[in-house]
Structures are given as C-alpha cells and as structure tokens.
Design a protein around this ligand. Sequence first.
Ligand code: HH2
Length: 293
Amino acid sequence: MDMQWISRSHFRIRTASGRLLDTAARPLVMGILNVTPDSFSDGGDYFRIDRAVAHGRDMVLQGAYILDIGGESTRPGAAPVDAETEKKRVLPVISELAAESDVPMSIDTRKAAVAEAALEAGAEMINDVSALRYDKNMASVAASSGAALCLMHMQGEPRTMQGNPQYGDVVGDVMVWLRERVDAALDAGVDVDGIIVDPGFGFGKLPAHNLELLCRLSELNAIGRPVLLGASRKSTIGAVLGRGAECRLYGSLAVAAAAVLSGVSILRVHDVGASLDAVRMAEAIRRGGEWVK
Ligand code: HH2
C-alpha cells in the first residue's frame, strides 16, 4: 500500500453554527438515529419520539461525536416518504436533543425543505445521500446556512439501485463522481470547509464492489476532503459472514478498524460504544506509539 495515503489529514469541518468538527485526535464516531418504521437494521425501534430521544441520549453517553438523524429509509427497495412526514418524524427529536445536549446533529435527508427545517431546529450538518441531485433547492440551503455537507456516491436510486450495478473500476469511478459533486457544491456557493465525501457503501454496489472500495479506501483521501464511511451492519458484512443484520456487530467493528487504518475521518455507526473502542484502538495502532488518550 502506498504510504502517502495512509496518513489521515487533519480536518476541521465547519458546521452551520460555526463550530469546527476536529479530526485531530481520531476519526469521529457518528451515531445513527433512524426515526423510521422500515430501516434495514433497526426499523421501528426508534420510531416513537420518546424512544428516539432516549436512544440519542444513550449514544451521546456512549461517546458519539455527532448524531445523524433521518426520517426516511434509503435501504434497497425502500419507498420514498414525503417531506411533511419526514419533518414530523425528525423535528421533535432534533429540537429536544439540541435543547439538552451540545453534540452536533446532522440531518439525513435528500429534501431541501426537511434540511432547512432541521437546521432551524438545531441541526448543523446535512447528510444528503443524493449528493445534491434529488432536490434542486438543496445546494442553496447548504450554501446559505453554512451547514457542513456530506456528499455520498450512489449509482441509481434507492428503489432500484441493487438491480444491476456496473462499474469499470469502482474506486476510480466513485472518485471521479465525488469530485464532480464537490465541484457542483462549490459552484453553488457551499463552503469547501464544510464538505465531506462518502463512497456510499451499499448504494448501487454489489458485495465485491463494496469490498474493493474498503480495500482501497485510502485512495479516496486524494480527493482532499474528509471521508465518511457508513458500513455499519450492512448486507455485505452479512454476505461475508453469513449473518443477519442483528448479528453483524463484530463484522462492523472489523470494517471500522480497517477504515481507520485507511485514514477515514468519520464513521457512521449503529453501535457507538463498541465502535469507539475499535476506532481508538485502530487509531493507536495507526499512530504507532504516538497515541492520544
Ligand atoms: N447509509 C444509510 C443511510 N444514510 N448516509 C451516508 N452518508 N452514508 C451511508 O452509508 C448511509 C447514509 C443506510 O443505512 P441506515 O440509515 O442504517 O438504514 P436505512 O437507510 O434503512 O434507514
């Protein structure tokens, strides 16, 4: 492996509040909060507002650096949800957690109206799995709010994306695509300091594509922006281990550790406490003796 890509750059990612998410000590663990009835691994568990808030609190106690709150499942085959429904699911959760905690929140949505309302409720980052392609107003919401913005690669759209994904060289294709989306965001006035890129593990990709992306994840650092990875409990881990979504913790931790060694900046996970241990251990190894407590 080419050593120059292994060192994770030190990023300070600017959010809507002006605070800087700092990757100096270790990659940031982002806890997933799905306020949905149908998410692939925890669908329905946190669909009630009180349960979602309690789970958010719990992830903060476990050491989550960011919470990513979503009201629409984007699992393969998922049916789209309208903006009003999505807002009803996420806004009370964001408002309540923002009022009591200092942990930055990200809104996982493809819709500008949902992002805008979530930012007003206290979110500071937009996680758009369509990378500004689904809603033409999303770029201006991101630009005018100063929110951090995650641009994720996806081939196709959630309903059909696993049908027949095709790549020449999956890593090269994803990188070219992400660079184009970063340029589109910059052209729309988004601040470069808030932009994060994500290869979109499982989004229009077969297990072999996902595994090649993981194996060569360090190459994505050449884009020059922090890399986010969301592989937690996903079906490629199930395919390798032969396990259902409820039994993929250890596989997810192995992926997290490998991603840290490849220089990832943010890990989007369901199991915050366990992932944080894996991240801290892998980061200590990556630093080879110069570890940070
Ligand atoms: N994966 C999911 C949702 N949002 N965002 C980013 N940036 N990267 C990801 O890999 C990603 C994401 C899907 O996972 P999950 O939220 O657990 O399930 P569902 O979409 O079924 O709610």
